[in-house]
Design a protein around this ligand. Structure first.
Ligand SMILES: CC(C)(COP(=O)(O)OP(=O)(O)OC[C@H]1O[C@@H](n2cnc3c(N)ncnc32)[C@H](O)[C@@H]1OP(=O)(O)O)[C@@H](O)C(=O)NCCC(=O)NCCS
Length: 158
């Protein structure tokens, strides 16, 4: 008899201080210049919208959104390397877009490295477009790397 493949249980919820070790662990596996544990703690303390995606009750991704002065800014979005290309990054991004719209925000911004092709593909798929460059914004192996600033206009149906 063939055993049916069990679909993973996925849910998105608010991040808590108890999640910070798991989140920092994914961060270290995902970025050459990761945020420290303290940066995530400060995001929670600052009241940013800090979100985790759980897969079978384990954290598989997270996202952080700041909303101020009528603008939303995506500060981080990341999926554990073992669980990429399963649609979780897009689910996290859709969740942030929903949260921004629910706060009556008209525009949502983010910075991304021009070398981050997978992230750029995700943002293009969701209709973000480039509005500016921030020169030498990111630390890099040799010197600094520019950031692309992307924006998406939010309407009730976009
Ligand atoms: C960017 C990131 C969040 C995408 O998460 P993910 O769960 O792998 O992405 P998804 O499976 O939801 O893919 C959604 C879309 O993103 C794009 N994409 C994601 N992975 C891709 C890949 N390996 N190759 C090409 N496009 C890719 C595609 O447009 C994809 O849509 P499609 O499946 O219809 O082609 C993930 O690669 C990641 O965590 N990277 C490290 C952290 C990071 O760089 N974050 C962004 C900082 S600005």
């Amino acid at each position: 008899m063939i055993t049916p493949i069990q679909e993973a249980r996925v849910r998105i919820r608010t991040m808590t201080h108890e999640d910070l070790s798991a989140v920092s662990n994914i961060e270290r596996q995902s970025y050459q210049f990761p945020w420290s544990h303290g940066v995530f703690r400060d995001c929670l303390l600052a009241g940013y919208q800090c979100i985790v995606l759980e897969r079978n009750d384990e954290i598989a991704g997270y996202s952080i959104l700041s909303i101020a002065a009528g603008e939303a800014h995506i500060l981080n979005i990341c999926v554990h390397p073992d669980f990429r290309s399963l649609g979780y990054g897009e689910r996290l991004l859709d969740d942030l877009l929903f949260r921004a719209r629910s706060s009556s925000v008209r525009e949502i911004f983010l910075e991304v490295r021009p070398s981050n092709k997978h992230a750029l593909a995700l943002y293009r798929k969701k209709d973000f477009h480039k509005v500016a460059d921030r020169p030498a914004y990111y630390q890099a192996s040799h010197g600094r790397e520019d950031a692309n600033v992307l924006v998406k206009k939010l309407t009730t149906d976009s």
